[in-house]
Design a protein around this ligand. Structure first.
Ligand SMILES: Nc1ncnc2c1ncn2[C@@H]1O[C@H](COP(=O)(O)OP(=O)(O)OP(=O)(O)O)[C@@H](O)[C@H]1O
Length: 303
């Protein structure tokens, strides 16, 4: 189901998770809603909690606090497993199986199996169905794992850095296929990736994690429209924080450059540029980094 009444693809309230083997929280106090039918960029620095969130959504882990819903239901239930597919970073596949065996296994495990959808990424990669999985390259295995995920005809597809081992032509082809599938069937996609330029063109929702907390969960266009890069005399920079959210600020000599989330009319003599989504996301990722200190006057972490 798509449209305003469609359940959220993902929604979290007070969501927290910690791995038993270590003390700290991998996710903490996460509150967000990702509407259905969106292609979401899940972004964050290494260790921010992206894989953990996707594993929780895929039902491989259970929340320690709060709640996470996928398509309006609890992750890991039989209903959720039928409607949600997760392509994990490590792509667990049986190396001794052939590609055909692997897809047959998918068919046995899923009542609503679509063999043509499963074979599509495999055929597009010219991978013989009789090839053994253990003899495939890493990028070819990604195609098989993607085939397994798509054969389920999922309503929500969770992709954990799926493109990392694909060549640029394959990446572009697979992304185009996924976007067509999403547009045609209203499938929701949550895609974690560090390749920000690719996300710019494909995603219409952004979910940014930092240190296990949600920094931003918002429509990509709204994020683009509400942010600005200002360049001007450093004297006038101090007042910015009182008027707007300063995501990042750098001063070199007498000149200040600031990425802000604009909260109203802009006062002062500033050169204003509308940044690309990629630059805004980099600003959020760098804020708080020792090499790119967050401005002392930054008043809010997120909208
Ligand atoms: N199996 C595990 N056991 C213990 N701690 C873990 C485990 N997996 C992840 N963590 C920890 O949980 C935190 C979040 O890790 P996670 O893998 O979710 O981050 P990520 O955003 O996906 O990172 P990356 O971009 O490097 O893939 C990190 O501090 C990490 O060290």
């Amino acid at each position: 189901m798509t449209g305003p009444d469609a359940p959220a693809a993902l929604s979290a309230t007070g969501l927290g998770f910690r791995y038993r083997t270590r003390g700290g929280w991998a996710l903490r106090d996460c509150e967000f809603t990702v509407p259905g039918g969106r292609i979401t960029a899940l972004v964050g620095r290494n260790g921010a909690g992206k894989s953990t969130l996707l594993h929780l959504a895929g039902g491989l882990l259970r929340a320690d606090s709060g709640e996470l819903c996928v398509l309006g239901t609890a992750p890991g239930t039989s209903e959720a497993r039928a409607r949600v597919a997760l392509l994990a970073q490590d792509k667990p596949l049986y190396p001794r199986f052939t590609v055909a065996d692997t897809l047959r296994m998918g068919q046995k495990l899923n009542s609503a199996w679509d063999q043509a959808a499963a074979e599509q990424p495999v055929r597009e990669g010219d991978i013989p169905l009789h090839a053994r999985v253990g003899e495939l390259s890493s990028g070819q295995r990604t195609r098989v794992a993607l085939g397994l995920a798509l054969g389920k005809r999922p309503e929500l597809l969770l992709l954990d850095e799926p493109m990392a081992d694909l060549d640029p032509v394959a990446r572009a082809g697979i992304m185009a296929g996924l976007m067509a599938e999403a547009a045609e069937r209203g499938m929701s996609i949550v895609l974690s990736s560090h390749v920000l330029p690719e996300l710019e063109e494909t995603c219409d929702w952004v979910l940014v994690l930092r240190d296990g907390r949600v920094e931003l969960s918002e429509d990509a266009e709204a994020v683009r429209e509400s942010h600005a890069v200002l360049t001007g005399h450093a004297d006038q920079a101090d007042v910015l924080a009182g008027q707007h959210t300063v995501v990042q600020r750098r001063t070199a000599g007498r000149q200040t450059t600031a990425l802000i989330r604009q909260r109203g009319p802009l006062r002062g003599d500033w050169h204003v540029e509308r940044p690309r989504l990629e630059d805004i996301l980099i600003g959020y990722l760098q804020a708080g980094d020792p090499g790119h200190p967050a401005p002392a006057e930054r008043t809010e972490a997120a909208a």
